[in-house]
Design a protein around this ligand. Sequence first.
Ligand code: EPU
Length: 420
Amino acid sequence: MEQVIKIEGGHLLNGEVRISGSKNATVALIPAAILATGPITIVGVPNISDVESLSVLLNELNVDVIHKSQDHIIIDPTNMVNKPLENRAVTKLRASYYFMGALLGKYGEVKMKMPGGCYLGPRPIDLHLKGFEALGATIDYVEGSYHIKAEKLVGAKIFLDVSSVGATINIMMAAVHAEGRTIIENAAKEPEIIDVATLLNKMGAQVRGAGTNVITIDGVEKLDGCFHEIIPDRIEAGTFIIMAAAAAEKMKISNIIPQHLDSLLSKLQEMGVKLDVDVDSVTVERTENLKAVDIKTLPYPGFATDLQQPLTALLTQTTGDSTIKETIYPERFKHCTELQRMGANIEVGQGLSVTHGPTKLYGDSVTATDLRCGASLVIAGLIAEGVTEIHDVNHIDRGYDDLDGKLKSLGATIWRETVE
Ligand code: EPU
């Protein structure tokens, strides 16, 4: 028995959708909260299964998680104990690796299984580990578990060969209590990194430069509880903006920071999409005859890899050939095979896809092989003729807060069914 999402295509969307708190910030903020000695209140928490998985891990560590309301949690690490993280929840998401930096930073020791997450091709964590080593830790990998230990963490200068989001955040967390100054060079600049640095600083840390490619952390003795509101999810926002360009008559996407979406918005404008950008919202109006575009995914502020998959569904409707060069995850093209089942004409090469458009899409039975593939298939389903049945929706539920509910309120015909 399996739950699937079904979408009847061809119904134009109308109205307003409110974007939830950022998934990729949340999954780092929750592990970061354990660095405090008192309760951390976080609001704007998205209702996604990754948060549930992280809560399971917090409970393993004897950290209290109190749900004040749907999007408001209190994480209280007062009675926390450092235990090996071997629960299955570790393998459910990539971001469980943030417990490495947080536990190492707090206790000088961590034991945990290999993290999981979406398969997007190889996703090494060598830079995280090199960073920990530079701070004085030793690393053993035995029978599928990491054992990372440091007698004492001492600040160091760390150059990241690749500007990795995960490594930047993990090293920041490991360094907050290290003796002296840590400097991360070629740090990633994603807005989620600023959000984590903001939380750490509210707790009493000394993190400077987040959002630039050099981050400096001066070690402090103690971190306290605080209040934090998560930034809006730029990838959920981008997904709905693309959805609006594909399937809406007029749609307002609100509670966003438009600057975080500059690279997407300028590409959509190049395609001919009618956009009205306000202070914290974007309104998209129906446009016919969209033009093909070429895209290269890059670290922020370049075009986000997480949005190339949803965008591909829209590119099937544009006139001409659109090329996507994927420089972050060259194998992140599983959605193309699924879109092809629906009638798309896409060629996939090494680190590259070429979408020939426009092509009519038809509802079919397809699989969300990963989170953003799922988003791409939902967009395709909205514009396809007939009913699209999406399998493995657990991937979608990992990262989109109430996607079906939000779409229903915009006029989509979408529902869930349990099938054999
Ligand atoms: N990389 C290494 N070594 C490392 C770490 C990364 O070579 O130790 C490489 C990766 O293979 C990749 C590049 O560096 O080529 C960038 O990876 P990064 O570490 O920045 O990715 P991540 O932190 O694992 C986060 C998001 C992803 C998003 C990427 C890129 C979270 C939890 N995940 O992953 O989000 O695609 O940054 O922006 O923040 C998603 O939301 O669907 C998603 C996959």
